[in-house]
Design a protein around this ligand. Structure first.
Ligand SMILES: [Cu+2]
Length: 395
């Protein structure tokens, strides 16, 4: 984007022109000034925050590609062997996933996870680079066969992971393993991996993120931090008494009506360890990277930081993810950069989709990034704010 007019200045963080500098006390460029004063909907605090943010480096080095982070999870950057092939291993096993740990209570889902992510789901976020030759060995330690589908990744038919339709792709038996081999032939972007055999396996957690990074940070979208948020839904049996039951569906908990609001995030949640029921739509727990609020630690940002957020959804519901305090830019969908990034504050993440957004921290404060479905802002319909919510603290 050359010869940019002031009207275009809200899109400045997405231009090819590097904004980054490591000079600690430099003056803002005219373009940066236009961007900051043109920010809408952030209020005076946001504008002031943006001005203050000038005095901090936007990115340490313009050429560095930040390593994706997986809050409460694991990121794996495979290393090339002597043959130049990047190698990774995914060991699939039954796990006890602690999706909520707060106020002395634990909610544990008997799920499917990965040894490499410490026995949790989602699995480790795999990070490759454009052009990489990859070899990913998948080991089956559960009691049923499955195959891994590389969702959005352009692989040969034999590596696609859907044997039930006759693809020449292997079914990995219990106790067996298979090494998927292919070359990354597409540009950098955000993708997924998940089981494509027996829907139970993917609903119970046989999933993970797959990110292709550019070899050099020469693209138009500079950022300092890169985080992934895997969106997941769970139905777990919970002791809700008294409750209103219509058919077999819990409609409300009348205890909440007659009790003053306590603000407790787990006030109707008991400790439980159970198999999730994958056959229903009334999920009572929702998680980001396998944990429900308030089990996460807040993400800390400094004014001026540019945060790339990658959303993943392979579940049953679309999650309208909303951020408070300032807008963000939608920069990519299904791993493909948008030609015209869109400024917004809520993005719908439908099943099967990945979306990338860019948040430039201009408004100091403690802000929630959360799903806007009401039930997904609670743990088991409790009154406190919880569920699919992550706190971002901008200082
Ligand atoms: Cu949701």
């Amino acid at each position: 984007m050359k010869n940019m007019s002031p009207a275009d200045s809200t899109h400045l963080p997405l231009t090819d022109k590097p904004l980054a500098t490591s000079e600690p006390d430099r003056k803002a460029t005219p373009e940066e000034s236009r961007f900051l004063v043109s920010r809408r909907a952030v209020g005076l605090a946001g504008v002031l925050g943006g001005v203050l943010g000038f005095n901090r480096p936007v990115a340490a080095q313009a050429s560095a590609v930040p390593t994706p982070e997986t809050p409460s999870g694991t990121t794996v950057i495979p290393v090339a062997g002597s043959d130049g092939v990047k190698q990774a291993t995914l060991t699939v096993q039954f796990v006890n996933q602690v999706i909520l740990s707060a106020e002395g209570k634990q909610v544990v889902a008997q799920a499917i996870g990965f040894a490499e992510s410490g026995g949790t789901t989602p699995g480790p976020t795999l990070v490759f680079y454009e052009g990489d030759q990859v070899a990913i060995t998948v080991v089956n330690h559960i009691d049923q066969p499955f195959a891994i589908h590389w969702h959005g990744v352009m692989v040969p038919n034999s590596q696609d992971g859907v044997p039930e339709i006759g693809q020449p792709t292997p079914l990995i038996p219990p106790g067996g393993s298979y090494t998927y081999r292919y070359q990354i032939v597409q540009p950098a972007g955000t993708h997924m991996y998940h089981s494509h055999v027996d829907i139970r396996t993917e609903m119970l957690g046989l999933t993970g993120g797959f990110i292709i990074l550019p070899k050099n940070n020469t693209g138009p979208r500079k950022y300092d931090r890169d985080v992934i948020f895997w969106l997941h839904e769970w139905n777990l049996p919970q002791d809700l008494e008294p409750q209103i039951v219509v058919g077999n569906r819990i409609m409300a908990n009348p205890a909440l009506r007659d009790r003053p609001y306590t603000g407790s995030v787990v006030d109707t949640v008991n400790s439980v360890t159970a198999k999730p029921n994958w056959q229903v739509m009334d999920f009572n727990f929702t998680t980001m990277n396998g944990k429900a609020h308030p089990s996460h630690s807040p993400l800390q940002l400094r004014l001026g930081d540019r945060l790339r957020v990658r959303f993943f959804n392979i579940g049953m519901n679309t999650h309208p993810m909303h951020f408070h305090g300032q807008n963000f830019f939608h920069i990519a969908e299904d791993g493909v950069d948008l030609k015209q990034p869109q400024e917004m504050n809520t993005i719908e993440v439908a099943p099967g989709k990945t979306h990338d957004i860019l948040i430039t921290a201009t408004n100091p404060g403690i802000w929630p990034l959360h799903c806007h479905l009401a039930h997904h802002q609670a743990n088991n319909f409790s009154s406190g704010l919880a569920g699919m919510l992550f706190v971002i603290n901008i200082t």
